[in-house]
Unconditional design. Structure first.
Length: 411
């Protein structure tokens, strides 16, 4: 964590056992900064997986249309300043420091926290800072990626014109809801009376029913979710695997926002140029440090692992080793089944106390802490390596590999 990002983590670091984020406290901060209604059109992305891909492609389409777009995602890839981007580029250290100073002053005006009060979450503070930044730089549109949840996330403090919903499944059960349908209702709860369009990837029957019902309730039946399908773009402009449908979702949502605010969609030539520049580090991304080929993907369940392995075998005739960083609340059993027969190193991350790595893994897997994972150790595992896991882990890998995460697309 950089010095200028300290304010974003202060209340998180001082939280008590069992404490949860305080949306009400975040609402007071939004009010103190006067950023609830900026007048800037807003596109919000919610879902269980693939939000970053959808947000990136939505931002790229909006930039191709000539919009100045500020994008807020979570968590960062390598540095905290990457959580806030303008036209695909991470903000500078100085800009992050200035935003931190504004937050620090506004937080100081809030009622002091009492024992048992919730805390201002880091992801929520970066989101609020991103909206503040968008107003300061005169952004034409804002794209927000929800941290966790929907109505229970700080993203719900900012009314969206358009909502994009990636696949919703049983993640954070017991926190966001007790079933995928309840989780879907929480995520779709970001829809407000001013939302004009909701676009979703195909969902399971129960999840789709929950989304339709929630959207109808929030809009008085005015809005019905639309299905995002193939967008007609050349295949080489979109990612492979599960990322394709999330990219298509982002493109569709961006088009709906442009329509809603009366801006022309980009010409095919301009759109193709911008989309051809999109990079998604940590999402089936390829890296070659010192002669070693590494495929990095933020897969968190069995199907994601299977997709990554299939992608690796499209280029390689073998996989020498798989490096996995998957906390207990992800699909560890699915990974164990999918990686059967492959040599695996399982990496725990004790520096992230909110993540648990206690799930039993096969005895032949090597288990290490992330501090033991160096470039030299990675190179010792073979010439063709697949690295899979939560975004905190793939971010660690991208940093280890010195991946370029400064810009996600060229506007």
């Amino acid at each position: 964590m950089t010095d200028e990002a300290g304010v974003f983590f202060t209340e998180w670091d001082r939280r008590g056992a069992g404490a949860r984020r305080s949306i009400e406290r975040a609402r007071l901060l939004v009010r103190a900064l006067d950023v609830k209604n900026t007048g800037i059109p807003l596109l919000t992305v919610v879902g269980s997986k693939g939000k970053g891909t959808a947000a990136t492609y939505a931002s790229a389409v909006l930039a191709a249309a000539g919009c100045r777009v500020v994008t807020v995602t979570s968590p960062a890839l390598r540095e905290d300043r990457e959580r806030i981007r303008v036209d695909g580029a991470a903000i500078s250290h100085g800009e992050l420091a200035r935003l931190g100073g504004c937050l620090r002053e506004a937080i100081g005006s809030l009622p002091p926290r009492r024992s048992g009060d919730g805390y201002l979450s880091p992801s929520g503070l970066f989101m609020i800072a991103g909206v503040l930044f968008a107003r300061a730089v005169g952004a034409d549109v804002i794209v927000l990626e929800a941290g966790m949840g929907g109505v229970s996330d700080e993203v719900s403090l900012f009314p969206p014109e358009v909502v994009a919903i990636t696949e919703v499944f049983a993640e954070h059960v017991g926190v966001l809801g007790d079933s995928p349908a309840e989780i879907a209702a929480n995520k779709a709860g970001v829809v407000t009376a001013t939302t004009c369009t909701v676009v979703s990837v195909p969902q399971s029957a129960s999840v789709n029913e929950a989304i339709v019902a929630t959207v109808a309730d929030r809009t008085g039946g005015r809005v019905k979710p639309e299905a995002a399908g193939p967008c007609g773009l050349p295949e080489d402009l979109l990612p492979t695997g599960h990322g394709r449908r999330n990219a298509e979702l982002g493109c569709a949502a961006a088009d709906r926002l442009l329509d809603a605010v009366g801006r022309r969609r980009p010409s095919p030539d301009r759109l193709n140029r911008v989309l051809s520049s999109v990079r998604l580090p940590g999402r089936l991304s390829w890296h070659r440090p010192a002669g070693v080929a590494v495929l990095v993907d933020s897969a968190i369940d069995r199907s994601g692992a299977a997709t990554a392995l299939a992608e690796a075998y499209r280029r390689w005739d073998r996989i020498d080793h798989v490096v996995v960083g998957l906390p207990d609340h992800k699909d560890v059993p699915g990974f164990i089944s999918e990686l059967a027969g492959l040599p695996v190193t399982y990496v725990r991350m004790p520096g992230h106390p909110h993540l648990s790595f206690t799930h039993a893994v096969p005895g032949h897997w090597t288990v290490i802490d992330d501090t033991e994972l160096t470039r030299e150790r990675l190179a010792s595992l073979g010439e063709r390596i697949v690295a899979l896991g939560t975004v905190y882990f793939t971010g660690r890998l991208l940093n280890l590999l010195d991946a370029d995460t400064e810009r996600l697309f060229e506007p």
